[in-house]
Design a protein around this ligand. Structure first.
Ligand SMILES: Nc1ncnc2c1ncn2[C@@H]1O[C@H](COP(=O)(O)OP(=O)(O)OP(=O)(O)O)[C@@H](O)[C@H]1O
Ligand SMILES: [Mg+2]
Length: 426
């Protein structure tokens, strides 16, 4: 491999973070640099600059789960090597995004009697410990234990109980866990690609850092990431993460439906879907046409665009109805005052936003990273929410002293949470 120059860096020491989003359709390695002090370019401490990204087509991954370690490792290597070439930085450690329908999120309650005069870190750790002590099957691995807030002597809604007096400390936590084998296979793929994984992060927790505002999280918001293999729906209220679920439908299902419905190859179906796809008949004109038959050996022909939409619309309705059920089951819809933020490549299809608005009866916006330095196709692109989010998530560990600054990174949901928690839970 030829590099113009290589800055030999151990990523954990330098202010560099690499987010690795191993998606079902693309692998993305995003290299970010954190400013730890004021520099000559007017960047504030804590601000993040994306130095470059490398991408590759995913192989050996289905719906977020590794089906072939060698192929996955090769895709990861390809993306990482491209990022190395572009940035001149040797990458040896990453923050890895994890998803898949094996992930689930359960809530649990913890309570302890406070023996000291005031509540300190020790009490916070032990109340989280008691909430965490639910029976998790041995074949599952806990990825995160996230407190939603604390209750002191029956007084709810306390964000940081440290320094308070009280005899009874309670907390509600969200425990995010996944199938141990699936997580291990993803880690093994990274290892085979020559990478150390600093932390495995459930993808939506990272994406939220990149695209949700503090206000939205405070008011109540649902973030829906429509990827290639899966769709994650994650809710936040009163500033905290409160639920998430992975639905095993993504953009690839739309593509397959088009391939079957129009009897064309998946490759062509993907092209047609991206170019002419729409999920609502009401958004198309009667005389709109689509030309199909690009594949070698086939004859091109024109079909009414309506045929394509009639294939896509029911799949979108199915997806958003499942999301609605998921939110209704948890009684969340009423607390989503800031509505829905859509992200992931799947949201780029015309009509998705209108359909969400209609089915979920909530206001909708599309979320994507903005203002993160050199534009390598990242800014404004919802496919990069997870990759950039992983950089921000990782960056929160670097500069704890600045954790209340207004730089990009410290709006993170997890920044606040990590601030509460001692090392053993971070
Ligand atoms: N313009 C577009 N119109 C319709 N769909 C699109 C468009 N651009 C991308 N997509 C779809 O978005 C999906 C890929 O999104 P994304 O890159 O967020 O997924 P991923 O991260 O690889 O997968 P996952 O998050 O499920 O692991 C693909 O199914 C692709 O067809
Ligand atoms: Mg994704």
């Amino acid at each position: 491999m030829q590099f113009g120059f290589i800055r030999e860096v151990a990523l954990k020491q330098e202010k560099l973070v690499v987010g690795l989003d191993v998606g079902s359709t693309r692998v993305r390695a995003v290299v970010g640099e954190i400013n730890s002090s004021y520099n000559g370019n007017g960047d504030a401490p804590g601000s993040i600059k994306i130095l470059g990204v490398g991408t590759s087509s995913s192989r050996g991954i289905r719906k977020g789960v590794v089906t072939n370690i060698e192929s996955t490792a090769a895709s990861i290597r390809e993306a990482v090597q491209e990022a190395e070439k572009l940035t001149g930085i040797q990458i040896n450690a990453v923050h890895l995004g994890i998803t898949g329908s094996h992930i689930n999120c359960i809530s649990s309650h913890g309570v302890i009697a406070v023996k000291e005069k005031e509540i300190g870190q020790k009490e916070i750790d032990s109340v989280i410990d008691s909430a965490r002590a639910v029976a998790i099957p041995f074949d599952r691995e806990i990825l995160h234990v996230i407190p939603e807030g604390f209750t002191v002597n029956g007084q709810e809604g306390i964000t940081d109980p440290r320094g308070m007096g009280g005899v009874r400390l309670e907390t509600n936590v969200q425990i995010v866990s996944g199938d141990a084998t699936s997580i291990q296979n993803m880690l093994r793929s990274c290892e085979k690609a020559g990478l150390e994984v600093i932390e495995s992060v459930y993808q939506p927790l990272a994406s939220a850092d990149a695209i949700l505002t503090e206000d939205e999280k405070e008011l109540g918001v649902a973030m829906i990431d429509i990827g290639g293999g899966t769709t994650e729906v994650s809710c936040f209220r009163e500033g905290s993460f409160c639920h998430s679920a992975v639905i095993a439908i993504g953009g690839n299902n739309f593509t397959n439906d088009v391939a079957i419905g129009l009897r064309i190859s998946t490759r062509e179906a993907e092209y047609i879907k991206k170019k002419y796809g729409c999920t609502l008949l009401t958004l198309t004109k009667d005389d709109d046409e689509v030309e199909i038959g690009y594949d070698e050996g086939s004859t091109s022909r024109k079909i009414p665009r309506r045929y394509l939409v009639e294939i896509l619309q029911p799949r979108a309705e199915e997806l958003f109805s499942l999301i609605k059920e998921e939110m209704a089951g948890k009684g969340l819809q009423r607390s989503l005052n800031a509505g829905v933020v859509l992200t992931g490549g799947g949201v780029l299809m015309e009509g998705m936003d209108v359909m969400v608005e209609n089915i979920l009866e909530l206001p909708v916006r599309t979320g994507y990273p903005v203002n993160y330095g050199v534009d390598a196709g990242i800014n404004g692109n919802p496919c990069y929410s997870t990759g950039v989010g992983l950089v921000l998530y990782g960056a929160e560990e670097f500069l704890p002293d600045l954790s209340h600054d207004n730089g990009h990174i410290f709006n993170g949901t997890m920044a606040k949470i990590k601030d509460w928690m001692s090392g053993k839970f971070k």
